[in-house]
Design a binder for this molecule. Structure first.
Ligand code: 13P
Length: 252
């Protein structure tokens, strides 16, 4: 069956000291869980990755990055390439987060290049999609998500899809405290799985992990995760407290 995953996106939070402490706490709490088939990942800021790679038990906690450059290497001041991340011990990269799409104007051409580089350098991809409030109000959320997947993800082969996780993050639920209802999440996740099925067939669709993101916390995680097509979460705010984050892992 498909992998269930809880991933923490720390965004631009924590000093190196606080981040190292948080990673240590998460690693310890996950170790205390004993044998679990739930995959746990954390995505600290770039500046913390090398340090945190040496803190966490990589068998138990996967190290992820929040972004990577759309180019392989060269004169791109301030950018961090996929190959640099791979060499640090990064296992997965989040691409297409709504904050990257809106604040940094990442369009589908840029996202496609990033998707390809992450996979080329043998890392896993966490590809984010989701509609803004106005689109939900208009009832066009399915069209928006379909377009995002078709434009930047569905050029991949079925084999490459093996290394992709999809995160549905309704933008109106991110950092707002307003979570999608379990029904809204299930409806969209089932729709996303149906799109994967149409494009790649039953077996790829059944094995693709689809995460929910947006104001997910210990108190609402089990209700969200109890849906058949919700395979875990991409967690923002609640990933900044080890107890809350691991509380979400436990809620499966
Ligand atoms: P919050 O959990 O803070 O709403 O953030 C979700 C998110 O954007 C994860 O990538």
């Amino acid at each position: 069956m498909r992998k269930r995953i809880v991933a923490g996106n720390w965004k631009m939070n924590t000093s190196i000291e606080d981040g190292s402490k948080l990673a240590e706490e998460v690693s310890k709490l996950v170790l205390d869980l004993g044998n679990t088939d739930i995959g746990v990942a954390i995505a600290p800021p770039f500046t913390h990755l090398a340090t945190i790679a040496n803190i966490i038990d990589s068998e138990k906690v996967c190290l992820a990055a929040q972004n990577c450059a759309s180019e392989e290497s060269g004169a791109y001041t301030g950018e961090v390439s996929a190959s640099m991340l791979k060499k640090l011990g990064v296992d997965a990269v989040i691409i297409g987060h709504s904050e990257r799409r809106s604040y940094f104007k990442e369009d589908h051409a840029t996202l496609t290049k990033k998707v390809n580089l992450v996979l080329k350098h043998n890392m896993k991809l966490i590809f984010c999609c989701g509609e803004v409030l106005d689109e939900r109000d208009q009832g066009i959320q399915n069209d928006i998500v379909k377009k995002q997947l078709e434009e930047s993800l569905f050029h991949l082969s079925a084999e490459e899809m093996d290394n992709c996780r999809i995160a549905y993050e309704p933008v109106w639920a991110i950092g707002t405290g307003r979570t999608a209802s379990p029904e809204q999440a299930q409806e969209m996740h089932a729709f996303i799985r149906s799109l994967v099925k149409t494009k790649y067939g039953d077996s790829v669709a059944e094995s693709t992990t689809i995460l929910y993101g947006g104001s997910c916390k210990p108190s609402n995680a089990s209700e969200l995760f109890s849906n058949p097509d919700v395979d875990g979460g991409l967690i923002g705010g609640a990933a900044l407290k080890a107890d809350d984050f691991v509380g979400i892992v436990k809620s499966f």
